[in-house]
Design a binder for this molecule. Structure first.
Ligand code: AKB
Length: 315
């Protein structure tokens, strides 16, 4: 079957790299990038781009009618930190954007839908270490609440209507090609830019705040591996736990010092993102992803640090 893939929210941190990879695999004309902002990275000139607001169901309807997609990726979202600044908008975008796409995917008989969830679905009473797929989940950010509700909707559309919707709970994603989108884990990207530019950085999270993270190359590969897996191997229809590497700002700084020996790290007091980080797990048990579709990360802390610094130096 000839695939026609629509990526909604193509211009963000994940979309920028996902679209590039999907176009490598399926060809430029088979992947339609859609966003409310015109892209400034390498999506721009190479292939189809459409302005789409995921809150405008008629607009998405027009795109589905025009392209008849076989696969849809919905990436448009407000993340944890920006979500707290505008909770109603975060709920509206994260929830109604998803429901619009799920409904239209059914109507247009889209073969597969991808929607990202997050470690933000866990909360203060979830276990902190090796957090399992099924445990107490009491998110206390609007982002986490919307992601947990979205997971339930994904499973509901799969079980009630047979829609093949697949999802991953991303940890903090570390990448150099596009800027991060207002998350609690963004310090782990800013730190690389500032280390190269100034030789110092002030972290908004404290020295000992350990969080699950992943290099973008692993995240993109894992996402496409999940989408390529046979449907009968997908036992989790809410969203899969997905693990890369866990570290604290202090440990990341020590790794950066292996490349930039004089790098100094200081810490800000009372940043609201600290509260969010404190409610999230330190590490994730992802054995369902390993068992169902063979997930295995390739980038550890040393490898991702070296790769980030090399690429940022060149760019
Ligand atoms: C955030 O920090 O909000 C995101 C996430 C973990 O989903 N990076």
């Amino acid at each position: 079957m000839q695939e026609k893939i629509i990526v909604l929210g193509s211009n963000g941190q994940i979309g920028t790299e996902l679209v590039t990879m999907l176009r490598k695999i399926y060809g430029d004309d088979h992947v339609v990038a859609c966003d409310i902002r015109r892209p400034d990275y390498d999506i721009k000139n190479s292939a189809p781009f459409e302005f789409v607001n995921v809150l405008d169901k008629e607009m998405i309807n027009g795109i589905f009618k025009k392209y008849k997609p076989t696969q849809v990726y919905l990436l448009a979202a407000l993340l944890s930190a920006t979500g707290e600044q505008n909770p109603k908008l975060a709920w509206d975008l994260n929830m109604n954007g998803l429901l619009n796409v799920l409904d239209l995917a059914l109507e247009y008989q889209v073969a597969k839908v991808y929607w990202p969830s997050s470690i933000a679905v866990f909360g203060p009473n979830s276990p902190k270490d090796n957090t399992s797929q099924y445990c107490v989940m009491d998110p206390n950010t609007v982002y986490g609440i919307s992601k947990l509700a979205g997971e339930r909707w994904c499973e509901y559309y799969n079980q009630k209507y047979g829609l093949d919707v697949r999802s991953i709970r991303y940890p903090g994603l570390i990448s150099w090609k596009a800027a991060p989108g207002g998350g609690t884990t963004d310090y782990a990207i800013h730190i690389f830019h500032e280390a190269l530019k100034k030789g110092s950085y002030q972290s908004f999270l404290s020295a000992e705040t350990e969080l699950p993270m992943m290099y973008m190359d692993d995240a993109i590969r894992g996402t496409i591996e999940l989408m390529d897996a046979p449907a009968d191997q997908i036992s989790v229809r809410s969203s899969y736990n997905f693990s890369g590497v866990s570290f604290t700002p202090e440990v990341l700084a020590a790794e950066i010092r292996k490349h930039i020996p004089n790098f100094t790290l200081t810490y800000a007091d009372n940043d609201p993102r600290q509260q969010i980080a404190n409610s999230w797990p330190r590490s994730i048990d992802d054995h369902f992803a390993a068992k169902d579709w063979g997930w295995k990360p390739e980038f550890d802390l040393a490898k991702l640090t070296a790769d980030m610094l090399n690429n940022l130096k060149k760019s």
